[in-house]
Every structure is written in structure tokens, then in C-alpha cells.
Ligand binder design. Structure first.
Ligand code: ADP
Ligand code: MG
Length: 252
């Protein structure tokens, strides 16, 4: 029997003020896969990620995480806050703008959600947080406050923080777009390691080399429609649409 996919999205649609920004998106992400999401600004990439962790509520379609449908309880009733928190805990979101808590140290940032949401005992959460900071190469800054860190360091802490909830899928929304060019590599290296360790990841990115080297699938969104989906070799060398061919030419 085939393994249950980490994420299964079927016919997902979403409108804002009567304008459809996602239409009939189908996407399956198997456990341990990395899917890169490409597309120009405004094509719906962030909205897609935000639907997966229910920061936005889809209008139609379904999302399953590890085989469990999220967002619509069996009766189809609106979700309770507790259910919502449980969904959020199954996905780890990393934003372009880091969003670390400024009043907490690096270590406290990583411990916060396990302690507050999962009620993990503090000593255990601290130990886990230290291990995660090591994984992202930030253990030496455990007691520092976010304002003292570079963008690349902040983003690595944000990744550790997202990992702390043991999510079933990591969602990255342009994680390197706000960084100085010389800081991009250290964040991509951490993401590459996560992929090698078998984490399931959906990555919205403009880093073509990363997408090509690390992804199992590359998908392209155009005006809310998923117009191509292919393994990276095929996507980058034999795109099926003129739109993607053009996009690849312009991003070279
Ligand atoms: P991308 O991440 O690919 O740049 P987005 O998903 O952010 O695209 O946005 C897709 C479209 O939806 C854009 O036209 C954007 O203006 C619109 N949009 C996104 N979020 C909202 C919102 N909360 N309210 C209204 N319009 C939105
Ligand atoms: Mg976006």
C-alpha cells in the first residue's frame, strides 16, 4: 500500500473580494519530498501556503495533512480554536520577515510554542531547543536577543522555532528574499540539510539553483492556476509552456 502523502491538496480555490487568486489547485507532497513553488509576484504563492496552515480559509477544495482533512470537521462546522491550533502545530511556517519575538532570547523563541501550546515541560523544551539551535548552527547565540542578529541568523532561528513543534510539513515563504546576498547561502544550506534529513518541505522561492538542486518537484503558479508541475530536471530544461520558458529566461 502506498504511504499516505504528507500533504494532499485537491481542487483548492480561494477568492479575495470576488477575485479568484487560487483556482482548482491539486498538489500532492509525499513524505520527505521538497516541492518548490515558483511564480511571479501576485500569482498566489503565499496564499497557497497560508491556506495549508489555515491562516486563510479556502473557499473550495480540501487539504489533508498526513491523511487527515484539515479545516472542515466531519459535520462541516467551523473550526474551534483548539482544532485550529492543532492544525497550525502540524505545519511549521517560515516567513520572509522572520517574525521572531523581540522580547525573548533566541533560546526562548524556540522554546515558547512547545511550552505554551504543547505544554512540554520546560527542561525538556530547553534541551530540544538547544539541539535544534545546533542543527541550524545558532547554539552560540542561545542567550542573544533577535535585534543583535543578522538577517541570516534570525532566519535560522526562525527555522529552529518552526521545527520545535515537530511539524509534519515545513512551509517556507520566500525565506531568503529579505536577506543581504551574502546571507542567503547560510539559510539555503540549513534548508538543504533539512531536506537531506528527510523533512517534508514546501518552499516558495526565487532561488532557482536551490529549486533545481534540492526539489523533488517544481510547480509554477500563474494567476492562481498551477500551470506546470515537474521534476526539476524536466522543469528547468524542457518546460511545457511558453510562460515558464519566459520566466526561466528572465530569471537567468
Ligand atoms: P504571491 O505570494 O505569489 O506574490 P499572494 O498569494 O500574496 O501572491 O497574492 C495573490 C493575490 O491575492 C494578489 O493579487 C494579492 O493582492 C491578493 N491578496 C492576497 N492576500 C489578500 C488579502 N488578505 N486580501 C485581499 N487580497 C489579497
Ligand atoms: Mg508571496
Amino acid at each position: 500500500m502506498a504511504e499516505v502523502p504528507a500533504v494532499r491538496i485537491e481542487r483548492l480555490s480561494k477568492s479575495f473580494d470576488g477575485v479568484e487568486v487560487l483556482r482548482d489547485i491539486d498538489l500532492t507532497v509525499n513524505k520527505g519530498e521538497v516541492v518548490s513553488v515558483l511564480g511571479s509576484s501576485g500569482s498566489g504563492k503565499s496564499t497557497l501556503l497560508r491556506c495549508i496552515n489555515w491562516l486563510e480559509q479556502p473557499d473550495r477544495g480540501s487539504i489533508h495533512i498526513a491523511g487527515e482533512r484539515i479545516g472542515a470537521s466531519a459535520s462541516g462546522q467551523a473550526m474551534k480554536a483548539r482544532e485550529l491550533a492543532a492544525i497550525r502545530a502540524r505545519t511549521g511556517m517560515v516567513f520572509q520577515s522572520f517574525n521572531l519575538w523581540p522580547h525573548l532570547t533566541v533560546l526562548q523563541n524556540v522554546m515558547e510554542a512547545p511550552v505554551q501550546v504543547k505544554k512540554t515541560p520546560k527542561a525538556q523544551a530547553r534541551e530540544a531547543a538547544q539541539a535544534l539551535l545546533e542543527k541550524v548552527g545558532m547554539e552560540h547565540k542561545a542567550d542573544a536577543y533577535p535585534f543583535t542578529l543578522s538577517g541570516g541568523q534570525k532566519q535560522r532561528v526562525a527555522i529552529a522555532r518552526a521545527l520545535a513543534m515537530s511539524p509534519e510539513v515545513m512551509l517556507f515563504d520566500e525565506p531568503t528574499s529579505a536577506l543581504d546576498p551574502e546571507r542567503v547561502g547560510e539559510v539555503l544550506a540549513v534548508m538543504k540539510n533539512l531536506s537531506a534529513e528527510g523533512y517534508t518541505m514546501i518552499v516558495v522561492t526565487h532561488e532557482m539553483e536551490f529549486a533545481r538542486a534540492v526539489s523533488d518537484q517544481v510547480v509554477f503558479l500563474e494567476k492562481g492556476i498551477l500551470i506546470e508541475k515537474a521534476p526539476p530536471e524536466k522543469f528547468f530544461t524542457q518546460p511545457e509552456t511558453d510562460r515558464v520558458r519566459k520566466f526561466l529566461e528572465l530569471s537567468r
